[in-house]
Design a binder for this molecule. Structure first.
Ligand code: ADP
Ligand code: TRP
Length: 316
């Protein structure tokens, strides 16, 4: 029987501690549907190398991200959990895709421009980042990629590279689509900017109660009116607007009380996952990754074989 399930993949960089923006932007949409697809969940550790030069930290982050994946409830029997750097097919196809797109095209990438605008000296890996991501996706014939709003352009870049490749060499690679959940948008950090590992404005997904309290109490609330918008934006990820309406009516203008209510709801949401996470060992992580990469390579190897034939480096 042929497998007719569509394919799903997402990935997170192992560049720091995951936060609730990562959860609601990428992990939750993945969790909601992954059992209906052939699913892949990747640790983008070579992408993390574009911003991190600390081997002990990178190693630790890799363990942490896989523990986070397992603790939020991803079943390694039902999704292929693997690490980008364990499968060299990614860097190989990444190179091929680099050769499909132009320098001016890559220079337009928002993620690249944002880093340059912040004064970060861009390494060449940061510049070609979108093509490594395009390889992550196309190696597995992926149909759907759940991501946060900020990744929309990376999916456009992937489709552009696929189009260029297929026009030059025949229909080998599949065009993926992003899946961006309505109502999530960009989760604000405690300062009201996009919550991001690199901005130090996060509510950590597996923070201790104290860390969560500290983060929530520091949410900037200089908005006008009855409702602290940055608090509400995070609160409505946990409860529906209808559920929140009576609370926000009763505590109108009392920002401190609303923050306390948010802390309680965050704690109820995080505590069971935190408990589960504490049971997961480094050895569990290693065995999940070893099984994952073996499965991943079976699929990516087939795609790469077709690519090598198509571009003319397979000598027969
Ligand atoms: P960060 O900006 O914290 O480094 P990543 O770039 O590693 O996060 O993003 C991992 C995933 O989480 C991506 O799919 C991204 O779109 C999503 N994501 C990150 N930050 C947010 C946010 N503030 N709101 C919604 N989704 C987010
Ligand atoms: N660029 C993504 C981010 O910063 C991480 C990522 C790498 C990814 N490869 C991917 C996401 C493939 C989806 C699919 O969030």
């Amino acid at each position: 029987m042929t497998n007719t399930k569509k394919r799903l993949l997402t990935g997170l960089q192992s560049s720091g501690t995951l936060h609730i923006g990562n959860y609601f932007g990428a992990l939750k949409p993945f969790l909601d549907i992954y059992q209906d697809y052939d699913s892949y969940l990747m640790v983008a550790d070579y992408h993390a190398l574009t911003s991190l030069r600390d081997p002990a930290q990178l190693r630790q982050n890799i363990f942490n991200v896989v523990k986070d994946y397992l603790a939020v409830g991803v079943d390694p029997e039902k999704a292929v959990i693997f690490r980008q750097s364990d499968n060299q097919d990614h860097t190989e196809l990444g190179w091929v895709l680099d050769c499909m797109v132009t320098v001016p095209f890559l220079m337009q990438a928002h993620s690249y421009k944002a880093k340059v605008d912040k004064g970060i000296e861009p390494n060449a890996g940061l510049f070609t980042y979108p093509m490594l991501q395009a390889a992550d996706i196309t190696l597995y014939d992926i149909d759907v990629v759940p991501v946060g709003e900020d990744q929309r352009q990376h999916l456009e870049y992937t489709r552009e590279a696929v189009g260029k490749f297929n026009r030059a060499f025949g229909e080998v690679l599949k065009e993926p689509k992003e899946m961006i959940l309505d109502g999530v948008g960009i989760v604000p950090g405690v300062d009201g900017q996009k919550m991001s590992k690199s901005y130090g404005n996060t509510i950590p997904l597996f923070g201790t109660k104290e860390e969560i309290e500290k983060a929530v109490m520091s949410i900037v609330t200089d908005s006008e009116g009855d409702r602290p918008e940055n608090v509400y934006a995070i609160h409505k990820l946990l409860k529906s607007e209808d559920e929140l309406a009576p609370l926000y009516e009763e505590k109108k203008g009392r920002y401190g009380d609303l923050k306390k209510a948010l802390i309680e709801d965050l704690e109820n949401f995080i505590a069971p996952m935190r408990e589960k996470r504490n049971q997961i060992t480094d050895d569990d992580v290693k065995s999940v990754l070893a099984e994952g990469v073996a499965k991943a390579k079976r699929t990516s190897g087939q795609t790469l074989k077709k690519v090598r034939e198509a571009i003319g480096i397979d000598l027969g």
